[in-house]
Design a protein around this ligand. Sequence first.
Ligand code: NAD
Length: 258
Amino acid sequence: MTTNDNISKAAEIISKAKKIVAFTGAGISAESGIPPFRGENGIWNKYDPDSLDIDYYYRHTKESWKVIKEIFFDFFNNNEIKPNPGHYVLAEWEKEGKLKCVITQNIDDLHRIAGNKVVHEFHGNSSRFVCKQCDAVYPLKEIKITEEPALCPRCGHLLKPDFIFFGEGIPQDAYQNSVEAANDCDVFIIIGTSGQVSPANMIPGIAKRKGAIIIEINRDRSLYTDYITDIFLQGKAGEILPKLKIRNQGSNHTPSNY
Ligand code: NAD
């Protein structure tokens, strides 16, 4: 079957679906200018992943902070990075009542910026800080980012960016909400994830076992493609998702907010 046939088939399934869940990874944000961690141009080609280990952060805070500042605050969360058409399609489906939620492994906040309200952040979010001493949470814009690690304005303890470092557990509410959503959907769309990161990579299998149709959008084949994917749409998320929406509307016009 050609990709065009697959796109028509997926669009038809989506048009009839009542409870869609989207599961996203670094690939959906690639067209917004955020590189994935692995592969060509991956972030780990330039930085050592150990800098984002939780023990390393507390023991070698200055070294870790330097890397965190460069990756996340100078780059990910600067004002130039914006959602792309793929993010906006998911936001529109939620507004139409079709999409129940987004489960994302991303920490870039782009789903919320695009307009999605129900976003289960499996790995947290780099646009917030948390104080592990007094439990205060601060939006990034309230904290002055300098060369020195940021301290809690309330108690003076070291702040931690509110994404999951290596060695930390998954936030319990995000985990439970994701499992519940995967257990109760008719269509589950996997977008831009290699399926290599555990335990997030177990969520799509839950939906499959419950009988959901699995649609996968990915530039490359993933660990899911040959095992649980029903319809594989190979290509860029920012190009394929709008095609699914346009076909759904029976129109050839590009929506105005793209
Ligand atoms: P990954 O790097 O393991 O895999 C990315 C996948 O996206 C690959 O399968 C690749 O083929 C595909 N891809 C690349 N460009 C694409 C595009 N334009 N459209 C569709 N697919 C595309 O990413 P992962 O599976 O999400 O795991 C990496 C972990 O790193 C995640 O848990 C996440 O927390 C973190 N991460 C997050 C960001 C972010 O927040 N934007 C960026 C990098 C890494």
